[in-house]
Design a protein. Structure first.
Length: 178
């Protein structure tokens, strides 16, 4: 079976989904998010730790239905050119896999709507797995090893995914022109 790997933020959609969610919440004058975001901007807290703590907070604050609605908004914002490019590399024996550093609590709903596979950053046995850079590769090797899968096509905007892209027969560094 062939697999295609697709990055979400600034590739499949033209913006950073997690950032949009945080900004919306900050505009509601959420004191916790304002404080932790200022700490992140001042580099008092690492990106991975920030994403972990904000994810835990938002999951306690909102129901799954809230994140499903957000995923529907993301779905409506999918870049049609990127989707066409992915579809041009997708045959009946191809599995499309969305891998994102954004949290899985909303990414999973987008994946389901697209009828793809994949994941966003998630908790595993109490450990936060930030699907960024080499962690995407580890996820891929663990779930879709190259002995059983043909690494067909990958697309991402980020230089942190360059090593991931190099694993695929065809790849595209996406530069969003919006």
């Amino acid at each position: 079976m062939k697999i295609n790997v697709i990055d979400l933020d600034k590739t499949l959609i033209p913006y950073d989904s997690f950032r949009v969610l945080i900004i919306r919440e900050i505009k509601k004058i959420d004191v916790f998010l304002i404080g932790i975001t200022v700490s992140r901007l001042l580099k008092f807290i690492a990106s991975e730790q920030y994403k972990k703590r904000v994810s835990q907070y938002l999951q306690k604050k909102y129901s799954d239905e809230f994140f499903k609605k957000f995923a529907n908004e993301l779905f409506n914002d999918i870049d049609k050119k990127v989707l066409q490019l992915i579809q041009s590399h997708t045959q009946k024996d191809t599995l499309n896999i969305l891998l994102s550093a954004s949290p899985n609590f909303f990414v999973k709903h987008l994946i389901k709507k697209l009828e793809w596979s994949g994941s966003g950053s998630y908790n595993s046995d109490g450990t936060f797995v930030h699907l960024y850079s080499s962690n995407k590769i580890q996820y891929l090797f663990h779930n879709y090893n190259s002995k059983d899968y043909d690494y067909n096509f990958a697309i991402s905007d980020s230089s942190s995914d360059d090593e991931l892209l190099s694993l695929f027969r065809e790849n595209k560094k996406w530069v969003n022109h919006q």
